[in-house]
Ligand binder design. Sequence first.
Ligand SMILES: NC(=O)c1ccc[n+]([C@@H]2O[C@H](COP(=O)([O-])OP(=O)(O)OC[C@H]3O[C@@H](n4cnc5c(N)ncnc54)[C@H](O)[C@@H]3O)[C@@H](O)[C@H]2O)c1
Length: 343
Amino acid sequence: MKFKAAVIGCGRIGCGFDEDPKRKQVSTHAGAYFFNSNIDLVALSDVNEDFLKKYSQRFSVPNTYTNYKDMLEIEKPDIISICTWNETHHEIVKVAVENGVKAIFCEKPISNSLDNAKGMINFCQERGVILMIDHQRRFDYTHQNIKNFIKEGKLGRIQQASFYYTAGIANTGSHMFDLLRFFFGDVGWIQAHKSNNFSPNEKDPNFDGLIKFKNGVLCTIQACDVKNYLIFDLDIFGTKGKISLSKAGFKVEYNEIIESDLFSGYKELSQTNCPIKEKSRDFMVDAVKHLVDCIINKQKPICSGEDGLASLELICAFKESAEQKGKMISLPLEQSQIEINSK
Ligand SMILES: NC(=O)c1ccc[n+]([C@@H]2O[C@H](COP(=O)([O-])OP(=O)(O)OC[C@H]3O[C@@H](n4cnc5c(N)ncnc54)[C@H](O)[C@@H]3O)[C@@H](O)[C@H]2O)c1
């Protein structure tokens, strides 16, 4: 079965990252559609005509549009990708649903406010449209294996976790919160304080904080300054060993427990061969394969609109807690007037 796909927003994640010689795997929505044999990439839309010209050639796309509404009406795609900034997502989802799309692959953060995110989920639910959010690590084989390793009890009881990130609570935090929910489940409460460490977007600052998951795991959240280096690191201390993620969260290291050679009667952690199966980072290609499977089998995606909303709730809760001097805030956050800006 063949599906018609179209991309709205042909910037970095829509099309451009595939020009980066350091990115060895397909890293864009257009690239992932181009390489999927079940998909015809029929159109691109962007307000930037230079991008349309360049990327329609690169990905052999027959039609381009500066107005995405025209594209939806004329092309009637089955699948669209929304790769514009988050304040536009709500309106694009509404128009796409009205034009009969079957599935939407939407960039993170899901939207700019809780109300708009809920609206997007409702539009899609009412018309049976699949809404999948691009928190990429959920589509990644290695991260799925880490989740299963924890779920099967191979790390024992999780004693503590700590996360280090850079570049904004909405921008990077969206991925961080989703990955933590993927591993540890729903959140009970959070506390947060504004960080002094620089974020490139002054409207999307960094925050430090604490997350208590409903399963009892406590995780510290600490921001660093992206001007020094990019970081997306997680340490998980289980009673049977330790997992560490580094290199944007894609390198996995494992520590086993051994007898201490320093102190009698104590044990310590020691790095050893990683028992978690790893694979190259093909998450964009795998995400699109998953979306096609979801359409065919009428399944909910591994990263749904509700997952996007839960991540946005955590972003808003961190901001609200910091505004109230680290007040403890319970999740889910039913309401928030906070508007986020993740540019
Ligand atoms: N999942 C990830 O790892 C990841 C990585 C990068 C960006 N993102 C997310 O993707 C989104 C876009 O980020 P980016 O870095 O690609 O931004 P970008 O600025 O490079 O691209 C956005 C594009 O949208 C276009 N655009 C704006 N309004 C439009 C409209 N009405 N119709 C059609 N096109 C329009 C712009 O001209 C631009 O080309 C953001 O929400 C960002 O958080 C996610």
